[in-house]
Design a protein around this ligand. Sequence first.
Ligand code: PMP
Length: 348
Amino acid sequence: MLEELIRPHLRNFQPYVSARSETVEARIFLDANELSAGSPISFDGLALNRYPDPNQLRLRTKLATLAGVSADSVFVGVGSDEIIDLLFRLLCEPSIDSAVILEPTYGVYRVAAELNGVEAAGVELDDDFQIDVEKTLRAIRNRTKLIFCCSPNNPTGNLLRREDILALCRSFNGIVVADEAYVEFADAASLAGDVASTNNLVVLRTLSKAWGLAGIRLGYSIANPVLVEYLLRIKSPYNISAVASSLALTTLEIPGAVQTTVREVIGERERIARELNELPVVRQVFPSDANFLLARFTDSRRAFSALLARGIVVRRRGEPRLRDCLRITVGTAEENQLLLNTLSEVEA
Ligand code: PMP
């Protein structure tokens, strides 16, 4: 029962009731202390002086259609980062419940756990950065509520095996989160299609990567409608702005918007991987299903500094397992060429 996973004080939680939740058809709106005269600026024909729809029905319906799921299984957040935080808040009693994080992975899972006073147990991915299902299941405690699986994984770049994620769902009675922020760059179907038959699976997606909209802060999750309903109750009332909603809807309507850019990014990813492999300073390029590459250098500090000296910034990671590794986002062809040229001048 999903209800049993919800923190007890939130099971009957009465959410804030927004103005206008009952009467949307009125002619004159004097119920929300907005500025009826309008706003000093205009954008996209939007009524910026008015609060946006707290339930984001149009946007959720559009995202649901694209994902092939029902609108009541879609929840929208201020980036998927907001949803990660809300999942902790909804499910985990501070100092009592816990989460499992498959490492090395995206840093926000651990930060969100800490912010919420929730213990996060790290379980190392195996030598191929895949899930060790047995080891992961052994790390589960009585009060473990969440397991985070990032697929494709940040920063290693690889997809996790779908069967392993589904095996965790079957053997664990908490929530398994499959973070698919980069899935559009992978040659694999989303797990969104498995949510209807797997009630403890939550898929996270975002418009920040393949859709090129990191600036508007919009992520979403596909989950069992019971969980979505609880998330809607605990979120801040108007979390998604009218501007973000409108820009997202417009972008989602552009035919082929993602496919073309994704194809280009993948082409560049494969080219950079090949060329990096030829460089004396590069010891290893890990296979990637995402829009970035993880590469191990003979001396990552030297490579990092040389790039920085040319104004090129890449990501360093601190974990011992990722010693001498840099994570490089695939840029434009021109940016990538500058990166490769710079690295080719670095002494091994
Ligand atoms: N998940 C992963 C794996 C990420 O790498 C990121 C962003 N770096 C996010 C989620 C957060 O994305 P958003 O912009 O939707 O908050």
